[in-house]
Design a binder for this molecule. Structure first.
Ligand code: NIG
Ligand code: FE
Length: 415
């Protein structure tokens, strides 16, 4: 048995607390142990506390000196589009020249342009691209991601992407939680026949995804000119009947009741919420839907309308922060950048941001008992940061690389 004793952490941010997502003032309680130590055996945390408490149990452990640096749980990124071919730097240039994200999409660019490239790529080519993205996540201290399909939009191409998501979880230290997003866009060949595509997703793809256990969750892009409320209801109801959890891209550009539908159907999360009406927050609270806020996508499309995070926290919602990593609206893997945007643009405190990026995100993926905090019995996914104090994580922005990253008790990298 290999044992590790982590010593000399300036702050050991445990996020220890109740076995449920954190709300209200709980979001600010990080469970910090100053001069903390942690004992790891194989891939699990055995004990967390002060060195005096831990040392007697740590005979023959290899000592890892954190060097008076900050130690946190690995970030949990609960909304990513990990697998795609190519990139959209060309569209970025157009947006810089004044075109909007929606204008580009309505001219055949946007998601559809990534779909063309992703369909043309082989499974191994996609695995190679996704492995590169996985390394970026890990280098930044992210040890778990939710990953969506959605750039295939045919049975074969969606399955190809879902298989790659599974293979990333097997071939890299990054944990992946797969989400089926067959309803990400209406494919070109179904233009004017969106309902037929919805039938394909709900009746053909969904049962096969569930039967092959290729996804744990189902998501849909519920938005004007993409999928309306009726179509979203069909897809999500089918997903639920096949035992998949529900997530939803809702209220990103327009508000027409998507988050209310998420509440009605008992979705696990409702993501984006830039345009959500204040009256919808009570419904989300009543249904215990977790809002997943994606400020990177607001920043990168050059919008200024960030979600009302303070109102959501005030309404008692268990807020989550995620990157929305994708080649269009949010080309970043940096949870630190997302935390920084949450603090500066949405007036979230650094402590709230860290809770939203770890333990709350873990609960939104049904993994709150396994990851997201540093507590005895949980997985040894943790990060030593080049920082002394947790507030430095969002404060120093732009460089997101961690000092050392440990996934399942194994050191992935040291800077
Ligand atoms: O979450 N809104 C839809 N999907 C992604 C964007 C995907 C893309 O532009 O390729 C999002 O912003
Ligand atoms: Fe997204």
């Amino acid at each position: 048995m290999s044992k590790l004793l982590i010593v000399n952490a300036s702050q050991l941010v445990t996020l220890a607390g109740p076995a449920r997502p954190r709300i209200g003032a709980e979001l600010r309680d990080l469970g910090i142990v100053t001069d903390g130590a942690m004992l790891v055996s194989d891939s699990r945390i055995v004990a967390v506390g002060t060195l005096a408490e831990i040392e007697p149990q740590a005979k023959d452990a290899e000592v890892i000196d954190a060097g008076r640096c900050l130690v946190t749980p690995g970030f949990v990124d609960a909304h990513t589009h990990l697998v795609f071919a190519g990139n959209r730097a060309d569209e970025f240039e157009k947006r810089c020249a004044g075109m909007t994200y929606q204008e580009i999409a309505s001219q055949g660019g946007g998601i559809r342009s990534t779909v063309r490239k992703t369909r043309a790529a082989s499974e191994d080519q996609l695995l190679q691209a996704a492995t590169r993205h996985a390394q970026w996540f890990l280098q930044g201290g992210t040890t778990t991601i939710e990953a969506k399909s959605g750039y295939g939009l045919t049975v074969e191409d969606e399955f190809k992407i879902l298989r790659v998501i599974g293979r990333i979880g097997e071939t890299t230290p990054l944990r992946t939680v797969p989400t089926f997003l067959g309803a990400h866009e209406i494919p070109e060949e179904y233009a004017g026949r969106a309902d037929d595509y919805v039938s394909l997703v709900a009746e053909e793809m969904m049962p096969r995804v569930a039967h092959q256990k290729l996804a744990e969750f189902c998501d849909i892009f519920c938005e004007a000119k993409v999928f309306n409320l009726g179509q979203s209801r069909r897809v999500l109801t089918a997903a639920k009947s096949h035992g998949l959890g529900l997530r939803m891209h809702a209220d990103q550009f327009t508000s027409f009741g998507a988050s209310d539908l998420a509440a009605e159907l008992g979705a696990k999360t409702c993501d984006h919420l830039e345009q959500t009406q204040p009256a919808s927050l009570a419904a989300l609270k009543a249904a215990e839907v977790q809002p997943v806020l994606l400020p990177g996508s607001v920043y990168a499309i050059g919008s200024h309308k960030y979600p009302a995070a303070r109102d959501m926290i005030g309404a008692g919602l268990a807020v989550v922060l995620a990157t929305d990593f994708n080649p269009g609206s949010s080309p970043t893997t940096s949870m630190r950048m997302v935390m920084s945007l949450a603090c500066t643009q949405m007036k979230v405190t650094p402590a709230e941001a860290l809770t939203a990026a770890t333990i709350n995100a873990a609960y939104s993926l049904n993994r709150g008992d396994e990851i997201g905090s540093l507590e005895a019995g949980k997985a040894a996914d943790f990060v030593i940061h080049d920082a002394e104090d947790y507030r430095e994580l969002p404060y120093f922005f732009g460089d997101h690389r961690a000092a050392s990253v440990f996934a399942r008790g194994k050191q992935y990298m040291t800077r």
